[in-house]
Design a protein around this ligand. Structure first.
Ligand SMILES: *Cc1c(COP(=O)(O)O)cnc(C)c1O
Length: 399
């Protein structure tokens, strides 16, 4: 392997996403190679010994590290400006890894209520089974974060914008609260994407992604990544990965590595289309509420402007006619597909109350403002005019 270019000067993000982290085999291939191998052979018993005791760099076993996965980790690490990264088999494996590597029995975790469903399960149900208590707060209310932290609080966890109501949480302010008790702030940055928000530069300690979403961007495979400082990754995250086995497969790493090359183009196009669609929906009488982080009428527009450099590929809106109107609208769509996935090339719409957030129950949904008329829309790469026409014709089915 040659051309590992770690020490050279940083280039702009779009360039790093094409070249960052690339290593080449003796064949000098243009496109990154997919190393579908479990193990690695050594030239001598001495070389194997040196590899195992860390005297000589190199790969040992693909549960620990793999050349294709390492290229993916390095490329996203450079983009994020993090010291180190570990890739996982899914976004949930990344969330679980970041939390497990932060806590032990007797610790306490504080998280925003508006969390991706499975994240909420880890915090609310799984961690308490192992003696880690948790407190859920309204993430937009800084006083609730302040009141919830305790001397044994080890981690604070949030996503911003949130799913599905796209609330914005002040990352810098929550980081200060975390650090006041010596806790680590973990940010799930999926909805913002690495193009529009850099939690580490806002004071967060750990960033996680579901690479399944915009990083793949074409609906093919699952993946996740945890990014943080080198010491924590080496001392806590790496042993957890090595001994419990959530590492990303080389095949997924290859798909996601190629996904990173086109990430800026896709996210910019999806965001520009989302802005146009948001403006159109804002003028519709059947729409009782529109939530888009790129608009001045977003409830936390000021924080969004401060911590994000772009709007979002996602928007949410509520139809005044409730569930019946939402279903009629969704069923009338011709181009936009019904799916709970997001960040895809294909535009996808979902009705959170009956799908992703069904199991929360009515009370918890009301607390999160997830009404029966709410739809969450992930804007794809289709021509925005076709998307607008599709929405317009489906609106006619509602009114
Ligand atoms: C999808 C998603 C996850 C989980 O990722 P998987 O790759 O599906 O495991 C976590 N957080 C957010 C915000 C997500 O959208």
């Amino acid at each position: 392997m040659t051309e590992k270019n770690n020490s050279r000067k940083a280039r702009r993000p779009a360039t790093e996403l094409v070249h960052g982290g690339t290593t080449r085999s003796q064949h000098g291939e243009t496109s990154e190679a997919m190393f579908l191998t479990q193990g690695f052979v050594y030239s001598s018993a001495e070389a194997a010994e040196a590899r195992f005791n860390g005297e000589e760099p190199g790969f040992v076993y693909s549960r620990y590290a793999n050349p294709t996965v390492a290229m993916f980790e390095d490329r996203i690490r450079i983009l994020e400006g993090a010291e180190a990264a570990r890739a996982t088999a899914s976004g949930m494996a990344a969330v679980n890894l970041a939390l497990m590597a932060s806590v032990k029995a007797g610790d306490h975790v504080v998280a925003a209520k508006a969390l991706f469903g499975s994240c909420r399960y880890i915090v609310e149900t799984l961690l308490p089974r192992f003696g880690v208590e948790s407190t859920l707060v309204d993430g937009t209310d800084l006083d609730q974060w302040k009141a919830a932290v305790k001397p044994n609080t080890a981690a604070l966890f949030l996503e911003s914008p949130t799913n599905p109501t796209l609330e914005i949480i002040d990352i810098a302010a929550v980081a200060d609260i975390a650090h006041s008790v010596g806790a680590r702030l973990i940010v799930d940055n999926v909805f913002a994407t690495p193009m529009f928000q850099s939690p580490l530069s806002l004071g967060a300690d750990v960033v996680i992604y579901s690479a399944t979403k915009h990083i793949d961007g074409q609906g093919r495979c699952l993946g996740g990544v945890v990014l943080s400082d080198e010491a924590w990754i080496v001392d806590e995250v790496m042993p957890f990965v090595k001994h419990t086995g959530p590492h990303m497969s080389p095949f997924s790493a290859w798909v996601l590595l190629k996904g990173l090359e086109t990430l800026p183009l896709r996210v910019e196009r999806q965001t520009s289309s989302a802005g146009k669609i948001a403006d159109f929906l804002a003028g519709q009488s059947a729409v009782s509420r529109l939530i888009y982080p790129g608009r001045d009428d977003h409830p936390q527009a000021e924080i969004a402007k401060r911590q994000m450099t772009g709007g979002s590929t996602m928007l949410a809106f509520e139809l005044a006619g409730g569930k019946e109107a939402a279903f009629r609208f969704a069923n009338a769509l011709e181009i936009i597909q019904l799916s709970n996935n997001l960040g895809d090339a294909k535009s996808l719409i979902t009705h959170p109350a009956t799908t992703t957030h069904q199991s929360l129950g009515e009370e918890a949904r009301a607390e999160l403002d997830i009404s029966d008329g709410l739809l969450r829309f992930s804007v794809g790469l289709e021509d925005p005019l076709d998307l607008l026409e599709d929405i317009e014709q489906a609106m006619q089915a509602v009114s």
